[in-house]
Design a protein around this ligand. Sequence first.
Ligand code: CAA
Length: 445
Amino acid sequence: MTAVGIDAMEIWTGKLKLDLAETFAPAQGDDPGKYTKGLGLHASSFPDVHEDIVTMAANAAHRLMDRKGLEPEDIGRIDVATESSFDNSKPVSTYVAGCLEKVYDGDFHHANKGERKFACISGTQSLDDAYNWIRADRHRGRAAIVIATDTALYARDDPGEATQGAGAVAMLVAEDPDLLELSPEQGFGSADETDFLKPNQQFPSVDGKRSVNVYLARMREALDDFASVSGDIHPEDYPLIPFHTPFPGMVRKAAALGYRHIIRDTEIEDELAEEIGYQPVPEAFDSDDEFYEAIREYTDSLTETERYQAWYGETIDPTLEISRHVGNWYTGSVHIARAAGLKHARENGRDLDGTELLVASYGSGAQAEVHAEKVVEGWEDEIAQLNIDEQIRTRYEMSFEEYEQIHDVHNHDTEADAEAFTDPSEEFVFDGWGRMGERTYKYVE
Ligand code: CAA
């Protein structure tokens, strides 16, 4: 069976930065530790005045095509995943193709385009669509561009305001990929939940605490479902486990739960038992509450063990390195987690050839998905092309007043005019409105 997977990727961050500890926390009257230690976030990215989900997506895709020497006729699909769409009919992918056609001679008239929605998990679902299209041999030798793009804004003073972010990830999905081969096995945990939703409104309605619990519950189901098709899984078999990362503190919880769940009845649990005992079992308790309390205590002790901390430091922590500085990118979050982990591995000379990553995606509403990705020999050359560190470093840092202004600029219900903070160069920018209320774009040399 020919390998199908991610051939290359590019990341585009919004060009503005809000420092959470220095700028946001004092304005909110919060202790900076809530952000840096509790949530694990230092800063969020925001789009400048001339940026939006289309420009970020098109700029990431343009870099990807340029770097891989591709022309429009090499692309048979453009799939965009987003939960920040501004049109209920015309998909963002058509706007992106329109942008790209301004800089290439050819066009995308014979490429299938669409837009995927299921909260943050739709980026991964778009990867599935592209994978299945190639596997079904309907691609005529062409590749797919999958883009996850979002402006994750919350209403002012909503608790979610701490976890905002904006950016796009573009991935090329092709046969014989240069980066990662996707596994055919997948596990799902899916249920009708009302934890985070946007019923025809721009900013989400969120039950924050519940959303955390739903994430954990669905993720556990997805892990079990994955194990049922792939065979028993062992946390230490995977060099990196990228999770959907709304904020690193969420992944800290998910990793502890996942590790505890997977080691149940294994030799790892036996080895750790000398130090922290065995995992509590429900039959040993008179009530659910007592059992949950015992499980919480066991999990806390587990995360204090040297073995867990070594695993977490090597397998999970490196995947959070980009997220810490850019915030939540919704559909793109798990994909920047994967990129961060691989980047860290390359910079630290880890040999990942032929190993498998376990990738854990999540979308509110709610669904988790788990699959494996085999790292292809030569992956370091692809990862070396990412310039995300430079992009993060050169963002314009906003004062709190400037942040308030930019939040208004991107709020669909306010008419706010503001000068851009950065000068666009060699990129697509938002250019105004067309005769039918569509957004228009141009390329700035
Ligand atoms: N020093 C150290 N830690 C501190 C601290 C301090 N000074 N002050 C607070 N903390 C800790 C808290 O103890 C807490 O940690 P634990 O959860 O481990 O107890 C953490 O910092 C956050 O503090 P709060 O719980 O008080 O924060 P909050 O209630 O204001 O908001 C939130 C947290 C509910 C996650 C909120 O930001 C939110 O609603 N976010 C949006 C929803 C979200 O991201 N949910 C995640 C799951 S859903 C999903 O993944 C989909 C998606 O992308 C949205």
